[in-house]
Design a protein around this ligand. Structure first.
Ligand code: NAI
Length: 350
């Protein structure tokens, strides 16, 4: 394990992405989102993804110098076309547009279409919360989840994120995949050769399995409820934008020379169009304190608000550096752009 300052980590990632072919500006933009994820302890969406992105960039599946366009389609709506460039950068710029619009109109809904993977959604909703706005974001991801009662993968892990401002710069950030566990956790169990809990995933027949090597699909959170949420995400960030949807959504690993055409939707609400912004922030902070002060259940030290642990990690990392596993660090400091590890890989293969 290596500990790096956030800027140092960001710089290594930026150099690698730039070497793979991305413009310096976009390499910096992607690295910023990845460093944010690592700093918050969401390592599944941080530096460990750089080699995959570098391979896709090098093979042309992420446009090196995309032609981003933004069309305002109504008083509070717009569509951002990412030209299959870096999803992280397109989603950030689209959120900037939504923030501008919500400051003027009270609300904004901005669709982001034709993008590659955009990483941890907390980055984008936090942009809104830092401006005293409420941010919501959701996006499509590759089909690896069975619908409730089904035996074939149909939807992605389709995440949803929400952030709102409290007092003194505090932000509540809720950010989750709509599956019980991320695919990375199955890979982790495979690498350790340990069983997984029965409610994480299913085998080829749709039966729950505890053997990580038999996993052929993940399952939605809370059965039909999570399934409904992931369908909602696909409708709002895919069908609404005229993009491939359901099991037509492109795979992360199939043909890295092709753009992914993914969709994302940002919704921004300006609290000052509904209530007094200071009392909004005061009341949210009061809820956060209530939750922290509640008597915890047996086995828990404290009740946390969503995002509290990540915010604490971010603070700790500011002082002590961010932990990066050796393999990822060694790759980042090497001259290698990628090792051809991802193209046409079957995500379920052992
Ligand atoms: P998670 O399960 O680690 O956390 C989900 C939420 O629960 C977070 O808001 C977290 O703050 C909250 N939480 C966790 N423990 C808590 C506790 N003890 N008390 C209170 N709140 C608590 O997140 P998950 O589902 O593994 O997602 C990880 C990341 O993956 C997210 O950033 C998500 O956006 C990203 N993702 C991105 C995808 C893409 O295609 N771009 C696809 C799927 C996920």
């Amino acid at each position: 394990m290596v500990r790096l300052a956030k800027d140092e980590l960001k710089d290594l990632m930026k150099k690698k992405l730039n070497k793979a072919g991305l413009s310096e500006e976009h390499a910096e933009g992607v690295a910023d989102v990845l460093a944010h994820a690592d700093a918050r302890g969401v390592h599944s969406h941080g530096a460990m993804r750089v080699e995959y992105y570098a391979e896709r960039i090098a093979k042309g599946g992420i446009t090196h110098n995309p032609n981003f366009t933004f069309e305002k389609t109504g008083p509070a709506s717009g569509v951002f076309d990412g030209d299959n460039g870096a999803g992280h950068v397109a989603a950030k710029e689209a959120m900037d547009e939504a923030i501008k619009m919500a400051k003027e109109s009270g609300i904004a809904i901005v669709g982001v279409k034709h993008i590659s993977h955009s990483g941890a959604l907390s980055y984008f909703v936090d942009q809104a919360a830092r401006e005293d706005l409420i941010g919501l974001s959701m996006c499509q991801s590759d089909p690896m989840v069975v619908p409730y009662g089904g035996s074939e993968p149909y939807y992605g892990t389709n995440p949803i994120a929400f952030a709102a401002p409290g007092k003194d710069g505090q932000i509540v950030t809720f950010d989750m995949a709509t599956t019980v566990q991320a695919w990375g956790k199955i890979l982790h169990a495979r690498s350790k050769k340990v069983d997984i809990p029965e409610d994480w995933a299913v085998d080829a027949d749709g039966n729950p399995t505890t053997d990580p090597f038999k996993v052929q699909a993940l399952v939605p959170i809370a059965g039909p409820k999570g399934y409904g949420l992931m369908m909602m995400v696909d409708v709002l960030s895919g069908i609404l934008l005229g993009l491939p949807h359901g099991n037509q959504v492109s795979s992360m690993y199939h043909d890295l020379s092709e753009g992914r055409d993914l969709g994302q939707l940002h919704i921004v609400i300006n609290p000052s169009f509904f209530t007094n912004i200071d009392s909004f922030k005061e009341n949210l902070t009061s809820s956060m304190s209530d939750l922290n002060n509640m008597k915890p259940a047996p086995g828990f030290d404290e009740v946390n608000w969503p995002g509290q642990r990540s915010a604490a990690r971010e603070k700790a990392y500011e002082e002590n550096g961010i932990e990066i596993v050796d393999d990822v660090y060694n790759y980042l400091v090497s001259d290698v752009v990628h090792n051809n590890n991802y193209d046409n890989k079957d995500p379920f293969a052992e």
